[in-house]
Design a protein around this ligand. Structure first.
Ligand code: FAD
Length: 415
């Protein structure tokens, strides 16, 4: 059958890959001039089942409230007059109980582990080179108390079979010699030996090119405007290139997805959360980290991708706003210089900001909508690189009428 996939980010292109593998003819539509030009463009690159925690947890409301008065918080709330933000916020608060945190962590962790396996299968099968590094991930703590709390928190993931160990400062430096100069600033780290990293933009673009070379169509520079539905079925999509039709449709437009289906009676709880991303060149004279990781105090992620060092930070609730200026990155640069003083060329930064398509639970939305030929694959939030191949496989299973290997409880499309 012909499947029209809306969105050429990680969610759309991986869905297209698995659907094509099942023998479907796929057409992918995106408003940008190439794949992975929005959220999937410059993320932190980390594939981290070892960090599969949802944002909703008993501490999150306090941090958000504090951020209204102190702008330096990793999680920031900027008041905008958008009713969708407040509706989403109330749902998010409901996910911040201990019990909901436990349930969401378990679901997310299972998806991340499954998805990592699927990503490796795609990489093996396609031979796509995306600067993959399989050396684990380090989650660094600067304060002893926070390190102890982190070690307690990691137990829930260990109980699910995810390998995690604690390292003292000497152990951290033994794993990552580039941190030698910062040894005295670190209380310890949690090390996830099976976590990995890679460039999601390269991966997505190369996967898209592979599909194109197999005869599937990518229609770029095309704005998706609205669905046309009749008698419980989608009969076409109005776009800037005219009406496009197919037998089935996959909605993978990230934070824009809810707008497309809201007036059709589908309420997708996906809201944009802005993140900042900085990319620095690495020359032969630099000593960058070879293992990806996160400074847990400020939630700044660092990841070497080929001859560049990627840094990302901040979760800002400020609506559909991707504006950024160099000053927004000062804190991030200071912090990374503190850890890796000679890690990269700090004088030639590339700045970027984009929107994570977040659900209140932290798990994506995958499945069939109330329209029998409309499928949803969105809401991958802050871990869409880690979770995309798993959800794409599960989606293609559902489209084919197969029972997905992955338990999709909690990820269903709202009725
Ligand atoms: C700062 C930052 C760091 C991150 N770090 C990590 C990480 O280390 N590990 C990890 O696992 N995940 C990470 N993520 C999350 C990950 O990048 C996202 O979850 C993922 O990219 C989402 O993919 P997507 O396909 O849903 O969205 P997108 O890549 O945004 O794709 C959606 C596509 O839809 C298109 N589109 C939207 N509306 C329309 C329309 N109306 N018409 C036509 N086209 C449209 C867009 O052009 C876009 O190409 C990070 C995210 C951010 C912001």
């Amino acid at each position: 059958m012909k499947v029209l996939v809306l969105g050429a980010g990680l969610a759309g292109v991986t869905a297209a890959h698995f659907l094509a593998r099942d023998g479907h003819q796929v057409e992918v539509v995106d408003r940008q001039s190439q794949a992975a030009s929005e959220t999937s463009f410059a993320n932190a690159g980390m594939i981290t089942p070892g960090h599969a925690f949802p944002w909703g947890n008993p501490n999150a409301p306090k941090i958000l409230l504090r951020s209204l008065f102190k702008g330096d918080q990793a999680l920031r709330l900027k008041l905008v007059p958008d009713p969708q933000m407040w509706r989403w916020g109330l749902k998010f608060l409901a996910e911040c109980t201990s019990e909901r945190t436990r349930i969401n962590t378990e679901r997310k962790a299972r998806l991340c582990v499954y998805s990592q396996r699927k990503l490796r299968e795609v990489a093996d099968e396609t031979g796509i080179d995306y600067n993959a590094t399989r050396k684990g991930a380090l989650f660094l703590y600067r304060e002893a108390e926070a390190f102890e709390r982190g070690a307690v928190r990691m137990k829930i993931l260990q109980d699910l079979g995810i390998a995690l160990t604690t390292l003292d400062p000497a152990g951290v430096v033994a794993r990552e010699p580039a941190l030698a100069g910062a040894k005295d600033k670190i209380a310890g780290a949690i090390f996830a030996p099976n976590d990995e990293s890679g460039d999601s933009c390269l991966f997505t673009r190369r996967l898209a090119q592979r599909l194109e070379s197999q005869g599937h169509m990518f229609r770029y520079d095309t704005q998706v405007i609205r669905f046309r539905a009749e008698q419980g079925r989608i009969v076409g999509v109005e776009t800037s290139a005219g009406l496009l039709t197919a037998d089935a449709y996959v909605l993978a437009l990230a934070s824009e997805s809810p707008k497309l289906v809201r007036r059709m009676g589908i309420d997708l709880p996906v809201y944009p959360v802005k993140g900042y991303s900085l990319t620095l060149p690495i020359g032969p004279e630099h000593r960058p980290p070879e293992i990806c990781g996160v400074d847990e105090g400020y939630l700044v992620a660092f990841c070497k991708m080929g001859n560049e060092l990627r840094l990302t930070a901040t979760a800002e609730f400020s609506g559909f706003n991707t504006a950024h200026e160099p000053g927004d990155f000062d804190g991030m640069i200071r912090l990374v210089k503190d850890l890796f003083p000679n890690g990269a060329d700090f004088d030639h930064p590339k700045y970027w900001a984009c929107l994570r398509p977040m659900t209140p639970e932290g798990t994506p939305i995958v499945g069939r909508s109330r329209y029998e030929n409309l499928w949803i694959n969105t809401g991958h939030g802050h871990m869409g690189w880690t979770m995309s191949c798993g959800t794409a496989q599960a989606l293609s299973d559902l489209v084919a009428g197969r029972k997905p290997e992955l338990d999709l409880a909690g990820m269903e499309v709202p009725p």
